[in-house]
Structure formats: C-alpha cells, structure tokens
Design a protein around this ligand. Sequence first.
Ligand code: R5P
Length: 296
Amino acid sequence: MADNIGNRQSKEYYMDVPPPSDGFFVKGLGHSDWGIKNRLSRIFNPDSGNTVMLAFDHGYIMGPTSGLERLDVTIAPLIPYVDVLMGTRGAVKTCIPPSAGKAICLRATYDTSVLFDDMTAGNGMGVDIEDAIRMNVSALAVQTFIGSSGERDSLGTLCRYIDVGDRYGIPVLGVVAVGKHMERTTEFFMLATRILAEHGASIVKTYYCDDFEKVASVCPVPLVIAGGKKLPEDEALTMAYRAISEGAHGVDMGRNIFQSEAPAAMAQAIGKIVHHDFTDKEAYEYYLQHKEAPGE
Ligand code: R5P
C-alpha cells in the first residue's frame, strides 16, 4: 500500500513538456466518450481551449449571499458574458431561462451549511442523474474535502457521480474545498487536485496559489480556479491572468464577478484574459472603459 513514509521528494514536473495530445483539444481527455467530449466542447471554447464559468451556487450552503439575493435580477444579465453557468438545481430551474443557450454545470452534492460546526464533515448525492439528464447539464460539480473530516465521504460521492456520469456521457468537475484550519500551500493543492483527477474527475476546480504552474503541470486534466473572497477588480484580474498564464484552463468565479461594482464589465474583462490573451493591465483598462456601458 502506498504510504507517506520514506518517499523520495518529488520534484521533476516536466513543465516544459506538453501533455499528450490525441487530437481532442481538452487536456488529458482525448480518450473520453463522444458524449463527454461533446459536453466538454460546450464548456471549453474550442478556439482558446479555455472557459469562463460563473459560479452562483453559494446559496446552497450560505443562503442569500451578497449579490445573490435575487438571482433572476443579478445573474440573468451576466449570461451573455460567460461560457458556463454553475448553480444548484433550484437556482437554475427557477432563475435561468431554458433558452439561455449556455452550458450548465450543476452543483450536484448536498453539503453542510454555514450553521454547521464542521463544514467539511462530508456530503452526499443531492441530485439524481435522471434529473441532471432532464436538465441537459454539461457537467456535474462535486465538492470534496481532502485533508478534512469529510475526505472519505466526499471522495465516495465523487466516485459515484463519476460512475453515473460516465454511464451517460456527463463529465464531473471535482471541487477542492479548503477547510477553515488548512493552509493554502502549493503542496496541498498539488495533492488535492491530483487526487480528484486520479479518481476520474474530468475538470478540477481549485484555488490559485504560489507556484501554480507546478499544480497545473501534475494535474492531467484541466484546472479552473475559483475566485474566493471579493478582491479589488484589478487584483482579481491579476489573479486570473496569473492562473491562465501558469496553466489554468479557465476560471469558475463567483463573488469577484457578481459582487463587483460593475459585474457585466468584470465578466467581460475576465473573458478577455481567458479567451483573448489580454494581460491583467489591459483587462483592467477594458473594465474601466466598460464599467458604465458593458457590452459595447
Ligand atoms: C465553492 O465550493 C463554490 O463552488 C463556489 O461557487 C466557489 O468557491 C466559487 O465562488 P467564488 O469565486 O465566490 O469563490
């Protein structure tokens, strides 16, 4: 059995060697089934290879978070500016028009709320696969708690969703959650993202960290970064720019978009970095220019 005693320190990440290519444009997923590739092609833009996902699933553990009090008012207007809408079943069904034409990444697990002592205690399958199919979702999002009390439980949930997702051609996005008392080190994110990919997640959502290129290099499938707590817009754009430059294939951002002073302009500025090679400074200029009149 593999264990953590007497292991040689791993340090060759082959960052200058491109990952294997087999004709399909999404990293590491060339051997996937047709349905999975079709759905991945709705998530990742085939031209840039990247994605802008808008996360508005916070209410399933936090209730009416600032900026998400009325999803129909605040999220619906952002739909034109993102590639993927990541929300819960209840939020999507009540506030996203079925004609929106964007890929849905469905938050599939139930987890513990902010009122619970240990928010990393574990989770379970909150949505039946038949309902996910009825909703025509492009991916299932599963929270995991590596290094926390709910690790085994959440990995079990991840594996069950990967099994049923594979059966019906639906990719699973594994989410790396970070427990309150855990440090956001490069080593932790390398470990956690790799564990989710090895269990079969097609996409892994993580946080940006120091030496992010190492995290991206040893994860065989695409990484997308969460935004985390609201930052000033220029800092959030710098984080996105660094993540993309260092190997992320997109963002799955919430608060740094919908809590922005100008959410539509911010979503578009993020898109410029993710899809159009803008630097963080160029994207911030774009944000400032479009704050008052997004979409122009
Ligand atoms: C975390 O588990 C959820 O998936 C959030 O949606 C995620 O953290 C992204 O939101 P934010 O960018 O606000 O952190």
